[in-house]
Write a protein that binds this ligand. Structure first.
Ligand code: ATP
Length: 263
């Protein structure tokens, strides 16, 4: 039984159909990359997997249970966490506060979609109760292990999100998702807008994350990066999977055709 899989997954925004029968599988211990041009449906797939978008129940299976219609809170409690595109931190809160909220937050895999209401509740000085509550202690990931993964975050623990570089913000976004100790980590374009040296640092964390037992899906526009990090790759175009296979076995030509379409 796969850890996570979609079966003929469809998704709509109103009358607009964005996914047309997508089948993907994530096995335990794997890293899978989803690649494809702008508008291919990658983010829609991630939003479906994280419960931000609702689908037919049986179209998504987590450990053999139909979860396609479950809301984001429930999906996160089941162990599926999302690092959303654009990072979406609480920009006025410190690194540590953002991380602590990730450990506490049982209410949504796509953190970003609830930022507004949460920000309204968390204003001004840090709430000691929030910091004291922290992570529930189950699993490997705590503030300390996140700081071991990204030592710069320990140095900047009291720095507000607004004063962080893009790479540091991305590290916080990943750390925040890990604080829920997921068995599936969904990463949506984590290298977007970052310098190559920073991208290298961010991706260097993936093997360590996998060592703790998490399996990973990355959405990535950079084909080379995807092929380097992933065991298997799915290429999407116009809401469909146009190619899939082991990274070591797919040719550049096949990827190119699946990514851009036949010319
Ligand atoms: P990108 O790399 O630009 O993020 P993507 O592969 O992630 O692209 P999606 O964001 O999933 O693609 O978009 C798939 C299709 O759905 C696109 O045609 C897009 O315009 C459309 N779409 C995405 N979000 C919405 C929305 N909220 N309402 C209507 N259409 C949407």
């Amino acid at each position: 039984m796969a850890l996570l899989e979609t079966q003929a997954l469809t998704a709509n925004y109103g009358d607009f159909q964005a996914l047309f029968g997508v089948d993907i599988t994530l096995e335990r211990g794997e890293t899978v990359a989803i690649i494809g041009a702008n508008g291919a449906g990658k983010t829609t797939l991630m939003r479906s997997l994280s419960g931000v978008l609702q689908n037919a129940p049986e179209q998504i299976q987590h450990k053999g249970t139909p979860v396609g219609a479950l809301p984001a809170d429930t999906i996160m409690k089941r162990g599926i966490a999302m690092v959303p595109e654009g990072r979406r931190l609480f920009r006025s809160l410190s690194v540590e506060e953002n991380l602590v909220i990730g450990g506490q937050h049982k209410g949504g895999a796509d953190f970003g979609d609830r930022l507004d209401s949460l920000i309204a509740r968390i204003t001004g000085a840090p709430d000691p109760a929030l910091l004291a509550g922290g992570h529930d202690g189950q699993g490997y990931w705590t503030l300390d292990t996140i700081y071991e993964l990204f030592p710069i975050l320990r140095e900047r623990r009291h720095t507000p999100g607004t004063a962080l570089s893009g790479g540091q913000q991305q590290m916080v976004a990943i750390g925040r998702a890990l604080m829920s100790n997921p068995d599936v980590l969904l990463c949506d374009e984590i290298s977007l807008g970052l310098a190559p040296v920073v991208i290298k640092d961010i991706y260097a964390a993936l093997p360590k994350i996998k060592e703790t037992g998490a399996s990973v899906i990355v959405v990535e526009q950079d084909i080379g990066q995807a092929m380097r990090v992933a065991d298997r790759v799915y290429c999407m175009m116009e809401g469909r999977v146009t190619l899939s296979g082991r990274s070591s076995e797919i040719s550049r030509e096949a990827i190119h055709e699946a990514y851009f379409g036949a010319t």
